[in-house]
Design a protein around this ligand. Structure first.
Ligand code: 5GP
Ligand code: ZN
Length: 113
């Protein structure tokens, strides 16, 4: 999708801090870090949200999550991690390319929740 910010990030047209990449999945630091290491995991194939997500693409994205979560654990030493996903404007989705938020948690006062 030519006007999609996340497709541009995958293509390298918009710079990002890459956390992980494989054939089907890309992960990068969220520009607005709610906690240290806040990461977005996206499929390389443009699908807007969970309502459009094919099982194959869902499988690709979710298969990468444990690897990325463990990478974040190693890098930032959180004590927990939230996996969040917003679908539709009224549910808080602002970028219409499916993404999971991986939010490392550091305990009371970590700035989230
Ligand atoms: P949503 O609200 O759709 O669940 O999450 C979209 C996320 O994308 C937000 O947390 C926002 O900070 C992040 N974001 C939006 N534009 C950019 C960008 O250009 N670069 C990066 N790294 N993150 C972005
Ligand atoms: Zn896209």
């Amino acid at each position: 999708m030519s006007d999609c910010i996340f497709c541009k990030i995958i293509n390298g047209d918009i710079p990002s801090a890459k956390v992980y990449e494989d054939e089907n999945v890309f992960a990068f630091l969220d520009i607005s870090q709610v906690t240290k290491g806040h990461t977005l995991v996206i499929p390389k194939k443009h699908q807007a949200n969970v309502f459009e997500l094919t099982p194959e693409v869902a499988q690709n994205v979710f298969a990468a999550v444990p690897k990325i979560a463990n990478g974040l654990k190693k890098a930032f030493n959180p004590i927990g991690l939230n996996v969040l996903n917003n679908n539709g404007e009224k549910a808080g989705q602002s970028v219409f390319h499916f993404h999971l938020h991986l939010i490392p948690r550091y305990g009371k006062g970590d700035g989230f929740g």
